[in-house]
Design a protein around this ligand. Structure first.
Ligand code: 13P
Ligand code: SF4
Length: 342
């Protein structure tokens, strides 16, 4: 990969991380709140879309639980009047851009994303000015204003497919995730990808030593690693030189992990991503065993969405996320190009 990338290297001062609240509701209280959510959703003609990193009781009440790509596709096809996004801000913005006529609610506006905070539209404009002929591919984990400055959007499920669709001689500015950029460069065989130096503060903590330790303890496991993980460069190199089993090391989106497990004969898996996904994995595959690579990988932004906040949101029809024109129209171009390829 080329090194003509912005000089900023740390981004922690750009966001404030919500503290993860412990919910002490009894199973009966949870059931009662979930019933209230369902009743309100019916009253408002609302659909609840939840990401895999949501709290289990929120996942359980949702109409769909999926990765960023599938949730965008669900938003695009729903007939509901209201979308309650149980996820983070950039996901709600994306739904609002795809469905301008619908009301999109995000139950807690603190639900940001450290990766999305890593790049501003001004920084992207400066970067583009240095490489004016390059094609800009932005990860879905960006603000609408950044997407509006981009040629293509992508998610972890289709990043390589999107990049492969761009003529091989065109330089690509890939942002903001440097780890995903490494995976895409390797998978597409391109050397003209210039990576922005951003990262997710949660996935960055998933380290190669933790992967190796799990493999030592459970030699037959398959390794499922999200491409945002801090370990991807090292694990890709180790899979190539045989230090990690190449045929059992996979770089997958959260939905990709579920699909892979469904078709795999393996019974034990190392899971390198945010802990919330274990709820779906244990529910859908009770006969298989999952070992989190880093059990401390918890996203405080995702966990701001609680049943109480979903109820409050549906009762008050706030907080609403709406992307203003002309940003929405410009960002829609990049998102539509992705959805057409997906
Ligand atoms: P996917 O669910 O698209 O793999 O994305 C992971 C993520 O970090 C969402 O914030
Ligand atoms: Fe953003 Fe990371 Fe949280 Fe996903 S896990 S929402 S990338 S901070």
């Amino acid at each position: 990969m080329s090194s003509t990338a912005p000089a900023v290297q740390t981004f922690e001062d750009r966001y404030s991380l919500p503290v993860v609240e412990t919910i002490t509701d009894s199973p009966e209280e949870i059931r009662r709140k979930q019933e209230r959510v369902r009743a309100l959703a019916a009253e408002r003609n609302a659909i609840l879309l939840a990401h895999h990193y949501q709290r289990p009781e929120v996942q359980e009440v949702a109409d769909a639980v999926a990765d960023s790509l599938k949730l965008s596709q669900q938003a695009a096809k729903t007939n509901a009047d209201v979308i309650v996004f149980c996820g983070v801000h950039f996901m709600a913005e994306t739904a609002s851009i795809i469905c301008p006529g619908k009301t999109v609610l995000l139950p807690d506006l603190r639900a940001g994303c450290s990766l999305a905070a890593a790049v501003t539209p001004e920084e992207l404009r400066e970067w583009k000015a240095k490489l004016p002929d390059a094609v800009v591919v932005s990860y879905i984990n960006t603000s609408a204003a950044v997407k509006a400055e981009s040629d293509y959007c992508c998610t972890s499920a289709n990043a390589s497919k999107v990049v492969a669709s761009i003529p091989a001689d065109r330089t690509i500015l890939f942002l903001p995730d440097k780890f995903l950029a490494t995976v895409v460069a390797r998978q597409t065989g391109r050397s003209n990808i210039v990576a922005y130096p951003g990262y997710c503060h949660v996935h960055k903590t998933i380290q190669p030593e933790q992967v190796s330790a799990l493999l030592d303890e459970h030699p037959d496991i398959e390794l499922l690693l999200h491409p945002e993980c801090g370990c991807v460069s090292s694990c890709m190199a180790k899979a190539m030189d045989g230090t990690l089993p190449q045929d059992r090391t996979f770089f997958l989106s959260t939905e990709g992990m579920l699909r892979h497990i469904a078709s795999s004969n393996a019974t034990e898996f190392a899971v390198g991503t945010e802990m919330g996904i274990l709820h779906q994995l244990n529910k859908k595959f009770p006969e298989k065993t999952f070992h989190p690579v880093n059990p401390h990988a918890v996203c405080g932004f995702m966990k701001t969405i609680t049943l109480d906040r979903v109820i409050h949101s549906l009762e008050t029809m706030t907080p609403e996320v709406r992307v203003p024109e002309p940003i929405a129209t410009k960002a829609r171009r990049a998102i539509d190009r992705m959805l057409a390829l997906a």
